[in-house]
Design a protein. Structure first.
Length: 276
C-alpha cells in the first residue's frame, strides 16, 4: 500500500510540473511573436530591421518613401523603396528617424544638401532669414562686430566703414567729420574745426579762423594785436594816473600836517624880531 501511494504522488507531481512548463513555453512564444511584430512596425535601430530603414542625420522621410500601408512610421522609409530625402541647403537635421528638416535660423547658414548641422555666420557677415544658404557681406557704411549676426550695424557717429565685410569701423581723421553710416569722411570747411572722431563741423566763431581740413581754430592776428595795444595803453594810463595821484597825496598830506602843527604852537607875546 505504501509503495502504491508513493507512485501515485510521483505521477501527480509530474503532471503538475508538465502543466506549469506548458504555460511558460506558451507565454514565451506569445512574447516572441509580439516582439517580431513590433520589430517589423517600429524597428529598434537602423541596423535591425525587416521592413523599414530609419532616416539618418541630414535627411527625413516623406510620403514617397513611407507610403500609407507600408507599416513604416514617420522618419522611416520602406526597405527597397524610395530613399530618405536629404535636407535642402539652408536646413539641417541632427537626429535620426525624423520626418522633416529644420531651418538654420537667423545668424546661421549651410550651402549643401544633407546637412546635419548649420554653420555660424562669421565676423564681417550676417545671415538675416530663417533659411540661409550663404553669408551676406556687411555693406559699405556698416559693420558686423560679432558672430551669428542676423543684420549689420550702421557705422557709428565719428567713424566710417569704406569696405564691405568690415568687423570694426575706422575713427574719422582730424580735419574730417563722419555722420552715422558714413563710408567716406567729409572734409571740414574753412573757419570750422574737426578734432579726431568728429561727427560734424564746429564753427570757429568771430574771434578765430581756420583753413579747410583743420583740426582746431586759431585766433585772428589783427584782432589780437589791437587787443594787445589797448591792454598796454590801459596799463600805461593806470600807471601814470597812479603816480600823479601818489604825488598829489604826498603834497596835500604835507600841507595838512604843517597847518596842524601851526595850530598847536601858541602865538608869541614879546617883541617881534624883524631882522637887521
Amino acid at each position: 500500500k505504501n509503495s502504491d501511494l508513493m507512485v501515485r504522488v510521483f505521477f501527480l507531481l509530474l503532471f503538475v510540473v508538465g502543466i506549469k512548463c506548458s504555460v511558460v513555453l506558451k507565454n514565451h512564444a506569445k512574447q516572441d511573436s509580439t516582439w517580431k511584430r513590433d520589430t517589423e512596425q517600429t524597428p529598434p535601430s537602423p541596423n535591425i530591421t525587416k521592413l523599414c530603414i530609419a532616416c539618418l542625420a541630414g535627411s527625413h522621410s516623406s510620403s514617397a518613401c513611407a507610403p500609407e500601408g507600408s507599416g513604416c512610421r514617420q522618419g522611416w522609409c520602406m526597405k527597397g523603396g524610395t530613399n530618405c530625402t536629404l535636407c535642402k541647403p539652408g536646413t539641417f537635421q541632427s537626429g535620426i528617424a525624423q520626418d522633416k528638416c529644420n531651418p538654420c535660423g537667423p545668424g546661421y547658414w549651410v550651402n549643401k544638401t544633407g546637412a546635419d548641422v548649420c554653420l555660424t555666420c562669421s565676423y564681417g557677415f550676417y545671415c538675416p532669414g530663417e533659411v540661409n544658404v550663404k553669408m551676406q557681406s556687411c555693406p559699405v557704411g556698416g559693420y558686423c562686430p560679432n558672430e551669428a549676426m542676423n543684420n549689420y550695424l550702421p557705422c557709428p557717429l565719428g567713424s566710417y566703414c569704406p569696405n564691405t565685410g568690415m568687423k570694426n569701423p575706422i575713427a574719422c581723421d582730424a580735419g574730417f567729420y563722419c555722420k552715422g553710416g558714413s563710408f567716406d569722411p567729409q572734409p571740414c570747411s574753412e573757419n570750422t574745426e574737426c578734432p579726431p572722431g568728429s561727427s560734424e563741423e564746429t564753427p570757429c566763431g568771430d574771434l578765430f579762423y581756420s583753413a579747410a581740413k583743420s583740426s582746431s581754430c586759431s585766433p585772428k592776428v589783427g584782432f589780437w594785436v589791437l587787443i594787445t595795444f589797448v591792454a598796454i595803453a590801459v596799463v600805461g594810463v593806470i600807471a601814470v594816473g597812479g603816480a600823479f595821484l601818489h604825488k598829489y597825496y604826498k603834497a596835500n598830506r604835507a600841507k595838512t600836517m604843517s597847518q596842524e602843527i601851526t595850530k598847536l604852537i601858541p602865538p608869541s607875546t614879546g617883541p617881534q624880531y624883524t631882522g637887521f
